[in-house]
Design a protein around this ligand. Structure first.
Ligand code: ATP
Ligand code: MG
Length: 568
């Protein structure tokens, strides 16, 4: 590709609204442009990378026995109503209506569509198992589209679905997909970790998210400093280590605490550590309040609460509800003296002595609170987030935290969708059985941004060889110099004949501009043709390491091929 006519609109300045490096660099390098919040055009340079990643995914999906198809983005609402997700998906789903006022969704995912297709076509065990996949545009009206391709409202996903007749078969499909994901992310040059993820109320351990380790990641991963345990913060189990207190229990005392609404302030005024405060978090479950108690220095884990209550969604109670139910401002809620309200408590609450909590009266808190003596708890359980330093649930070594970007998700659906949509087959004995399904997603466009997050320096992007938009950036320093130009033209042709993808900077620009752009675009190997051409020499420069070497013009082609071969 000749750069003089390439549609690569680079930017000199930092784009104002781009907060993270991948977003900034991809805009500056002219890889993409936004047309509406979270909706992007992949410009030619960006699309080359998307295509490379897609090809790697295709190869590995095919290798794992997958068959590619392409489903529609436009999906009739009836399908979603049958599984209950027309409502459950909530405002995340982009909804449209046709000219007959019939409702449709712009697909955020394809479980409903694939299950209905397979249901209609497969009736016998003889056709099973199989894995179907597609690479396709998805739509999600994200609450906070941001960080460029990392969280878009329209994005490219690879989604695969497996259909099996037995648990062992499902295990095999799951493992085949898991292993394919490891190969895909490794080939894309990513540093990643597969972490245990939340499976919702259904439970089960076969649910992993593939996390790219990056400081800007929106997910917190709890991992063990010693063994291989890693889980999402929302999922990581807390091991309860009993720590009984030998303090003398005191009587309950009500104290005035005007305007004290935070745990920190409450502890300060009472002269106690925050770990002696009982935090009351109020949720609204089917119109009824549920209070969850955690220690002041702990964070309530909504996913654990939601799963315990067997719900698909969980909402915090609003301030109005709190005032009505507890008769006080939020911040003064208490489990003491309430009747008919479900109270859940984290296990650490049970052994608290002389704690402090609200009084269900604005501007008052209690001191000398003893759980059980002063209030009733319906259920004690693991309702809090794990913290750094807490023991690993597998081996007991301290837990550490890191941030991650979720690039892939593998998940056993079992019969959730086959049951809702009637995807059944006849087994050997003629009995009707529901198909066992798995769902496997990769955020293709997000993955590209995740690579940039992990692979860049202050001057620009650094593409791993396997997914670089071009292999070689051919840069004659002065295109008006006949010798440089002629040699560059010849090399350009030769490299192309060898099947090497070359971006040829044939622009009449200053050397400084060309080198700056070259660093920004991050093509793995740069070939600089400058004044040394007169001595029969050209320079090869490796973007990642900054290493450069001079090679004789007469075997420049062989040297380029050799260096390219050795790159990662
Ligand atoms: P997240 O928790 O980040 O919102 P998710 O768990 O809802 O993602 P899945 O339904 O598991 O996403 O979708 C499969 C994959 O699609 C994810 O692992 C992620 O890589 C990608 N993905 C999901 N939402 C987006 C988005 N808004 N923009 C880009 N990629 C996305
Ligand atoms: Mg996910």
């Amino acid at each position: 590709m000749r750069q003089s006519h390439a549609f690569i609109p680079t930017l000199r300045d930092l784009p104002a609204d781009a907060e993270v490096v991948s977003h900034q660099l991809m805009l500056r390098a002219g890889m993409m442009r936004q047309i509406s919040s979270g909706v992007y055009t992949y410009l030619p340079l960006g699309y080359r990378v998307i295509k490379k990643v897609s090809e790697i995914i295709r190869e590995e999906m095919d290798r794992a026995g997958g068959q590619e198809l392409l489903m529609p983005a436009l999906q009739p609402a009836e399908l979603w109503m049958k599984t209950g997700r027309w409502d459950d998906y909530g405002p995340l789903m982009m909804k449209v209506t046709d000219r007959h006022e019939r409702p449709f969704a712009l697909g955020p995912t394809h479980e409903e569509v694939i299950t209905s297709i397979v249901r209609d076509e497969v009736k016998t065990y003889k056709k099973l198992p199989f894995i179907l996949y597609q690479i396709q545009t998805k739509f999600r009206d994200e609450y906070r589209p941001r960080f460029g391709l990392l969280r878009g409202r329209e994005f490219i996903m690879k989604d695969a679905y497996s259909f099996d007749t037995s648990e062992e078969g499902l295990d095999r499909s799951y493992k085949a997909m898991y292993d394919a994901y490891v190969r895909i992310f490794t080939r894309c040059g990513l540093k990643f970790r597969a972490v245990e993820a939340d499976s919702g109320a259904i439970g089960g351990k076969d649910n992993h998210e593939f996390m790219v380790l990056a400081s800007i990641g929106e997910d917190t991963i709890a991992y063990c400093s010693s063994c291989s345990y890693a889980a999402n913060l929302e999922r990581a189990e807390v091991v309860h280590t009993p720590n009984p207190s030998d303090e003398e229990p005191q009587p309950l005392r009500k104290v005035t605490t005007p305007g004290v609404r935070t745990v920190a302030k409450q502890a300060e005024i009472m002269g106690i550590p925050v770990s002696k405060v009982i935090k009351n978090v109020v949720f609204s479950v089917e119109g009824k309040p549920v209070v969850v108690l955690v220690r002041g220095d702990h964070e309530v884990n909504e996913v654990k609460v939601k799963n315990f209550l067997n719900l698909t969604t969980l909402e915090m109670a609003d301030e109005e509800t709190i005032r009505k139910v507890f008769g006080c401002e939020p911040g003064f809620v208490s489990p003491i003296g309430i009747a008919g309200i479900t109270v859940l408590a984290d296990r650490a609450i049970k052994e608290m002595v002389n704690a402090s909590t609200g009084a269900n009266e604005t501007d008052y808190h209690y001191l000398g609170v003893q759980p059980e003596r002063d209030f009733h708890v319906d259920h004690y359980g693991d309702f809090r987030n794990i913290r750094e330093g807490d023991p690993c649930p597998r081996c007991g070594a301290p837990i550490r935290f890191t941030q991650g970007i979720e690039v892939g998700h593998v998940f056993k659906l079992r019969t959730k969708y086959s049951s809702a949509l009637g995807a059944v087959y006849q087994d050997e004995k003629g009995n009707l059985k529901e198909m066992l399904m798995g769902s496997y997603g990769i955020g293709v466009s997000r993955l590209v941004a995740a690579v940039v997050e992990q692979s860049h320096d202050e001057n620009g992007m650094i593409w791993p060889k396997a997914i670089a938009p071009f292999a070689v950036h051919l840069v004659p320093v002065n295109i008006e110099d006949a010798e440089q130009r002629e040699f560059a033209e010849r090399l350009y042709g030769e490299l192309q004949n060898q099947g090497i993808e070359v971006l040829f900077d044939d622009r009449n620009e200053r050397a400084g501009v060309k080198f700056k752009d070259s660093d920004l675009l991050g093509i793995p190997l740069r070939v600089v043709i400058g004044t040394k051409i007169r001595e029969g020499k050209v320079e090869l420069k490796i973007r990642r390491t900054g290493e450069s070497l001079e090679v004789p013009t007469r075997n420049a082609l062989q040297e380029i091929l050799r260096v390219w071969e050795g790159l990662e």
